[in-house]
Write a protein that binds this ligand. Structure first.
Ligand SMILES: Nc1ncnc2c1ncn2[C@@H]1O[C@H](COP(=O)(O)OP(=O)(O)O)[C@@H](O)[C@H]1O
Ligand SMILES: O=C(O)C1=C[C@@H](OP(=O)(O)O)[C@@H](O)[C@H](O)C1
Ligand SMILES: [Mg+2]
Length: 171
């Protein structure tokens, strides 16, 4: 097992899940999302894990999910937006083809407002998203081999840009 072909990181609303699926279809490979793996393992949705056990416990589950996926998956892997906050998770990502999907506040908040609930954005999404991004941007940048902007681009265009950035175009 050589590890994932592509790992997507970035804030909520960057399109990691959507673009990850498109990339896997485009490459004819499998798709995995650590958020889905965590929900399957815990037997409940992410908001309930945050309510019942708290964020530190979620980050532990996330680290274990990333460890398992990095060891046992050779397709496209999307992480949750906060995975990079954990030192152990970042260590697991070292040397992998990690792409930071970037997005501005305006489009990110509009996108997540149309989507599944995210406990960390539940109260004041604009303010909370801005604060998350302030803390995380240096970590996304540190861990990523390439940065791809997703503003004003369709998920298919973003997928194309990811393949370009990793020079996987002929794959
Ligand atoms: N490039 C894009 N343009 C417009 N909407 C997008 C784009 N990427 C994702 N979306 C939409 O934004 C929402 C969040 O996308 P998602 O893939 O779940 O983001 P993430 O996993 O990074 O939080 C979904 O409703 C999705 O359809
Ligand atoms: O930013 C975060 O800390 C989180 C992002 C979510 O994933 P997405 O980035 O795919 O929305 C999910 O892992 C959880 O709600 C926590
Ligand atoms: Mg996602």
């Amino acid at each position: 097992m050589t590890g994932p072909a592509i790992v997507l990181v970035g804030p909520p609303g960057a399109g990691k899940t959507t673009v990850g699926r498109a990339l896997a279809a485009r490459l004819g490979t499998t798709y995995r999302d650590t958020d889905a793996d965590i929900e399957t393992g815990a037997g409940k949705p992410i908001p309930e894990i945050f309510i019942d056990e708290g964020e530190p416990h979620f980050r532990e589950l996330e680290r274990a999910a990333v460890r398992a996926a990095v060891a046992g998956h050779d397709g496209v892997l999307s992480l949750g937006g906060g995975a990079v906050m954990d030192d152990g998770t970042r260590a697991l990502l070292a040397g992998l083809p990690v792409v930071f999907l970037d997005v501005g506040l305006h489009q990110a908040v509009r996108r997540v407002g149309l989507d599944a609930p995210r406990p960390l954005l539940a109260v004041n999404p604009r303010q909370q998203w801005r604060e998350l991004m302030e803390a995380r941007r240096p970590l996304y940048t540190e861990i990523a081999r390439a940065v791809v902007s997703t503003d004003d681009r369709t998920p298919e265009d973003v997928a194309e840009a990811v393949l370009d950035a990793l020079q996987l175009k002929d794959a």
